[in-house]
Design a protein around this ligand. Structure first.
Ligand SMILES: *Cc1c(COP(=O)(O)O)cnc(C)c1O
Length: 401
């Protein structure tokens, strides 16, 4: 008998970004002079906005005095932060989410991965393809079978709910990583109606909602009627406010969300999450939560929106340049990501190597996000604007030859 979790042996190769880092390292070792522009990884580059920095300084001062010192905080996050989130991110858009339905954490990556603890190893999981690799890998680690839901130009990168099979769980992420696509209210309503009809739980990742600039697009699945009975939502301050290093995110589990156990009992999913987090998690840091609270003020709001506006202007430029190169881009309008075709259907790792060696540009190979990413690649607008323009010039030069 094996003592390791053999599900890990079923994982595909190494994590996408580790493979990219390995190839870039090999290139810089063999050509140390080569200039490299990283248009691949999904990490922000702008510094934290001033009111967040001030809040963090104040929080550090709190920790330096006995009367304001904080140790372990409440497991689900400080009430002042959960109230600020409920007000700024939901009530201000007419969505009712109560502070006690919000669970603050250190990241949406961990939350979207850890949520799999709540479900049966035999649950049938539907995951769009291409996709953020975390959803697939964490389900494989728990021994689940994953059903890919293809998304491409034919369905505007929004898979329809399958009519030939039942899903226990379905992941949706909009604005999408990696395609940059958005979901309309109509398409999201179809998913919610399907979930209510079939008992599917939708895991909705809206880590990029702050990039939406079209008032008609939903920011939250809870804008859709009935979603409180079938959905969990994940949000993060990472891409919204440049918190990839600070670490603060949250998950919303509505009171109404119940599933039926095998003995027929109705189980509140929030109770399981509370039990799980109480056992395996001790909260996000006080300083991070004070920083997040500052984002949820009108001043913080405006400052971080100026930052996402800046990334979006770079994204539009990239999209236009790829269009001119004939690479049929999508995304980049309500998302920092642009998804495009490789020239003449070139294999995406071959294109990655060509861009790395000939153009000095790091792209993300589409195949790393799933089979539907073959012959595609992703660019990220988190790069410096001048670097991004230079990268487009370098790519164009190589592609035209
Ligand atoms: C970046 C990202 C997140 C945020 O992860 P954190 O752990 O909060 O930094 C969540 N989902 C997707 C799809 C992402 O790309």
């Amino acid at each position: 008998m094996s003592i390791v979790n053999e599900n890990f042996l079923r994982l595909e190769g190494r994590y996408l970004f580790q493979e990219i880092a390995k190839r870039v390292r090999a290139h810089t070792q063999s050509s140390p002079q080569a200039r490299i522009i990283r248009m691949g990884i999904g990490d922000v580059t702008c510094p934290l906005v001033p009111c967040v920095i001030s809040a963090m300084h104040r929080a550090v001062d709190d920790l330096s005095h006995a009367d304001t010192f904080r140790g372990y905080g409440p497991e689900r996050g400080y009430l002042w932060l959960r109230e600020a989130i409920a007000q700024q991110d939901y009530a201000s858009r007419g969505v009712v989410v109560s502070p006690d339905e919000i669970y603050v954490s250190d990241g949406a990556k961990s939350d979207t991965g850890n949520i799999t603890d709540l479900f049966s190893p035999t649950a049938v999981v539907g995951i769009p393809d291409p996709v953020y690799p975390v959803y697939v890998d964490t389900n494989v680690m728990s021994g689940r079978t994953v059903i890919g839901l293809p998304s491409d130009e034919a369905n505007d990168f929004v898979p329809l709910p399958p009519d030939d099979r039942r899903l226990d769980i379905a992941y949706l992420c909009y604005p999408n990583n990696p395609t940059g696509a958005v979901i309309t209210r109509e398409a999201l309503t179809r998913w919610v109606d399907y979930a209510l009809r079939t008992g599917t739980i939708i895991l909705y990742d809206s880590a990029y909602e702050a990039f939406i600039r079209d008032a008609a697009l939903p920011h939250s699945i809870f804008e859709i009627e009935g979603a409180r009975h079938c959905a969990i939502e994940f949000r993060s301050f990472s891409k919204t406010a440049g918190f990839t290093g600070v670490r603060c995110a949250y998950t919303v589990i509505p009171h109404e969300l119940h599933v039926t156990a095998s003995n027929g009992a109705s189980v509140r999913l929030a109770s399981l999450w509370e039990r799980r987090q109480g056992c395996k998690f001790n909260g996000a840091s006080y300083v991070s939560q004070r920083a997040a609270e500052a984002v949820c003020t009108p001043e913080g709001r405006a400052a971080v929106q100026a930052q996402t506006d800046h990334y979006l202007s770079t994204a539009r430029m990239i999209r236009e340049r790829l269009q001119q190169m004939g690479l049929r881009p999508c995304g980049g309008l309500h998302s920092p990501y642009i998804w495009a075709h490789t020239p003449e259907g070139m294999d995406s790792w071959t294109f990655f190597d060509l861009m790395l060696h000939e153009a000095g540009v790091v792209v993300t190979p589409g195949e790393g996000f799933g089979a539907c990413g073959r012959g595609r690649f992703r660019l990220s607008a988190f790069a410096d604007a001048d670097d991004a323009r230079e990268a487009m010039d370098c790519m164009e030069r190589v592609i035209k030859n």
